[in-house]
Design a protein around this ligand. Structure first.
Ligand SMILES: [Zn+2]
Ligand SMILES: [Zn+2]
Length: 173
């Protein structure tokens, strides 16, 4: 069984490659800053920068944590991100990258909100689940990751790249 955490090392790569990962050349309807929160409203957040990357993670841990087929995730700059209300609680799962993947949820309603951070380590990034956005309609996944764990009833978009686990480490051009 593969274990997951979002890939934090290849961000520059994906930032540069953004266009080639977009299947359609559509402009996103994203408005900066964008906001979101949990189901009950106890947790609220805001980001003043656009996402660094957007993806769907099909790993078994994401399936169990959400009760769904995949996590629609966005990697954000931690610097541009802040919680405007409430305090998360955390659940931890082992990560292939070593250590424990930190998954944040609302202690009041149980909504899953965050990932992409690690226990005991400061990260320049935070992962947010797209369904927690106030306007999730602009979410545009650029790739499918951990497809090795995907369920056969989980139908994927053939137009975006697929990775067995993490996306590959880029080679220098
Ligand atoms: Zn809540
Ligand atoms: Zn995952």
């Amino acid at each position: 069984m593969a274990v997951c955490s979002w890939d934090l090392k290849n961000n520059d790569y994906f930032r540069k490659q953004d266009r080639s990962y977009n299947s359609k050349d559509e402009e996103m309807n994203m408005k900066i800053p964008f906001t979101g929160g949990c189901s009950c409203g106890a947790i609220r957040y805001e980001s003043t920068a656009e996402p660094i990357m957007m993806f769907k993670c099909h790993c078994r841990d994401c399936q169990q944590a959400t009760g769904g087929a995949f996590v629609p995730g966005m990697l954000l700059s931690r610097e541009a991100f802040r919680f405007t209300r409430g305090q998360l609680r955390y659940h931890f799962t082992p990560s292939l990258r070593g250590g424990k993947h930190k998954r944040g949820f609302c202690p009041e309603c149980g909504s899953r909100l965050t990932g992409g951070e690690f226990e005991g380590r400061d990260s320049p990034f935070i992962g947010i689940l797209a369904g927690t956005l106030d306007d999730p309609s602009w979410f545009q996944p650029q790739m499918d990751i951990f497809v090795s764990d995907a369920q056969q009833w989980d139908k994927m978009d053939p137009a975006i790249p697929k990775f067995e686990q993490y996306p590959p480490i880029p080679t220098k051009e």
